[in-house]
Design a protein around this ligand. Structure first.
Ligand code: ADP
Ligand code: MG
Length: 558
């Protein structure tokens, strides 16, 4: 009673909405778990895809954690952290985006009962950090290096890695086919860090198997004028001229005015215009180039002119394509046709224009610097090809990482089980509450094999028991056993080439632990009414004010 008599202390501005304490923490954990539940079913080779459509009516079908998280448009402030870790996992290592979200959600799920029981989150955080350090050290210890193998052998191993990534995707049915393609593409660009040197071109229609790799550049035939048909469509070792100028007869500007005193001068004015363009064209021809590409338009006059001299030309070539030709064929893009020296011309073994499905493609293969590759993707619907492109991106990133780091760990939940076992064993050596927390962390790691089973329709409890038994073997021979996605039993992932680059797992464990600790360390959310109205979120603001009396402790906002 007495407390009611005390004057109310007003600390924050009218309309500020705060929520704090245990209730707030639990609400954040719930939000994160809800996000985990959304992506849960996409994990692994038997994972399902998500169809996401936005209010503009665009439809995306994806299995990629980062893509789904990005498109979900999550508004919950705590859950947004998961979107960020998925994104960073995607940009850092390119794969394992579902894994990272799932792990973070599971760490928090395991922490929840402790929070409810009044454990201080700092204790949890400390134990989780220790567990994460131990886990990462263990992954590093278990990782196997593929260094020191012959190129052919290495290629084979990398292809297996790429196939593991692809097996969970829509194009999983053709994973070997695409895996070799990805490995060849990555090998082609060598040490170069610019991933955009690998182009992916999408041509709807046809069969997935019609996709092919060009060891050079390929792009869709650009718009062309009459005369184009007469140009040769195939060259061996042609010189290639790259331009950034217009080769077109310009119509006069509307306000151009020329005064003539003598009607006979008229012809010379008309001629002057023609002379300018003929001069440019002559210079192109003199350079000895057999293929002329330009960023800007190449008009009908120029097209015909080149056709008469057995030269191929293409105008309005996209900038990235032109740059890739320059990188591959070794030329430089010119902004003037004066003074074209041989050094600025590129070359390649074969240039040809080819029919691919319903499209014609300009293909430059056998490029001297060889530092580019283009994958031409075929397949049914647009959404299908787009998802295929994202999947290939994942695979390219993985192979790239494996080339650079060249250590792998067994997938299919094997590494997770092994690390989990290790942490459980370790926890027994600890006295105090920390033992429980590290044990929970270890348990959370099992979410990966469990979810792989669930998604494939296997009996997760049964499979997990088998895995635990295998991993507990003293001899250590069961260490690489994971879920066998084909039979519903367990199998040696290492022997079956279900591999993952170690860096994917390390990054996932690291990022997921950080995210979990971050959320555990938040015990208060303050929503400032000003920033609210700045966002135009008037409705929510009205609600907050409506509950003005609720500015008390422990009030949850939603
Ligand atoms: P993420 O976005 O996390 O990469 P994925 O859907 O690609 O999610 O699933 C990756 C998980 O699937 C990894 O744990 C990997 O080990 C597992 N996995 C991939 N291929 C297989 C396979 N053939 N058998 C068993 N597990 C596999
Ligand atoms: Mg993956």
């Amino acid at each position: 009673m007495a407390s009611m008599m005390q004057p109310q202390i007003i600390l924050l501005k009218e309309g500020t909405d705060t929520s704090q304490g245990k209730a707030q923490l639990l609400s954040n954990i719930n939000a994160v778990m809800a996000v985990g539940d959304v992506v849960r079913t996409t994990l692994g080779p038997r994972g399902m895809d998500k169809l996401i459509h936005d209010d503009k009516g665009s439809v995306t079908i994806s299995n990629d954690g980062a893509t789904i998280m990005k498109l979900l448009d999550i508004v919950h402030p705590a859950a947004k952290i998961l979107v960020d870790i998925a994104k960073s996992q995607d940009s850092e290592v390119g794969d394992g985006t579902t894994t990272v979200v799932l792990l973070a959600a599971e760490f928090l799920k395991e922490a929840k009962p402790f929070v409810e029981d009044g454990v201080h989150s700092q204790n949890l955080i400390r134990s989780y950090r220790t567990a994460s350090t131990l886990a990462i050290a263990k992954v590093k210890e278990l990782a196997v290096s593929i260094e020191g193998k012959s190129v052919e052998e290495k290629k084979g191993l990398l292809a297996k890695c790429a196939a593991t990534t692809l097996s969970s995707k829509l194009i999983g049915g053709e994973k070997e086919f695409f895996a070799t393609m990805v490995v060849d593409a990555v090998m082609a660009i060598g040490d170069d860090d610019r991933l955009n040197l690998i182009g992916i071109k999408k041509v709807p229609g046809g069969n997935m198997r019609d996709s092919f790799l060009v060891d050079g550049v390929a792009f869709k035939k650009t718009f062309s004028y009459a005369g184009f048909e007469q140009q040769p469509k195939k060259f061996l070792n042609p010189k290639i001229l790259l331009l950034n100028i217009e080769l077109e007869l310009k119509s006069e500007k509307e306000n151009a005015e020329i005064r003539l005193s003598d009607p006979s001068q008229y012809q010379s004015i008309v001629d002057a215009e023609w002379n300018i363009i003929y001069d440019k064209l002559d210079k192109c021809v003199e350079s000895g180039a057999k293929v002329v590409l330009s960023r800007l338009a190449i008009g009908d006059l120029a097209t015909q002119y080149f056709a008469d001299r057995d030269i191929f030309c293409a105008g309005r070539v996209a900038e990235e394509d032109l740059n890739r030709v320059a990188a591959a064929a070794g030329g430089t893009v010119q902004t003037s046709v004066n003074n074209i020296i041989p050094e600025v011309l590129g070359t390649c073994e074969i240039f040809e224009e080819k029919q691919v499905g319903g499209e014609r493609f300009n293909i430059f293969s056998g490029c001297p610097s060889g530092r580019t590759a283009t994958i031409v993707l075929r397949g049914g619907a647009d959404q299908f090809i787009e998802e295929a492109e994202r999947s290939l991106h994942d695979a390219i990133m993985i192979v790239r990482r494996a080339v650079k780091n060249s250590t792998v760990v067994p997938g299919g939940g094997a590494i997770d089980m092994e690390v989990s076992k290790y942490l459980r064993q370790h926890s027994r050596t600890i006295a105090g509450k920390s033992q429980l927390f590290i044990n929970s962390y270890a348990k959370a790691l099992e979410v990966i094999p469990r979810q792989l089973c669930d998604n494939a329709g296997f009996d997760a409890t049964d499979v997990l028991n088998k895995l635990r038994q295998k991993h507990a073997m003293q001899s250590g021979e069961g260490a690489s056993y994971g879920v066998d996605i084909n039979t519903g039993g367990i199998a040696d992932s290492y022997a079956n080439f279900v591999w993952e680059p170690a860096v994917v797992k390390i990054n996932a464990i690291n990022a997921a632990t950080e995210a979990a600790c971050l959320i555990l360390s938040v015990d208060e959310t303050v929503k400032n009414p000003k920033s609210e109205s700045a966002q135009g979120d008037a409705a929510a603001g009205a609600m907050g004010r409506g509950r003005g009396g609720g500015r008390g402790r422990g009030m949850r906002r939603r």
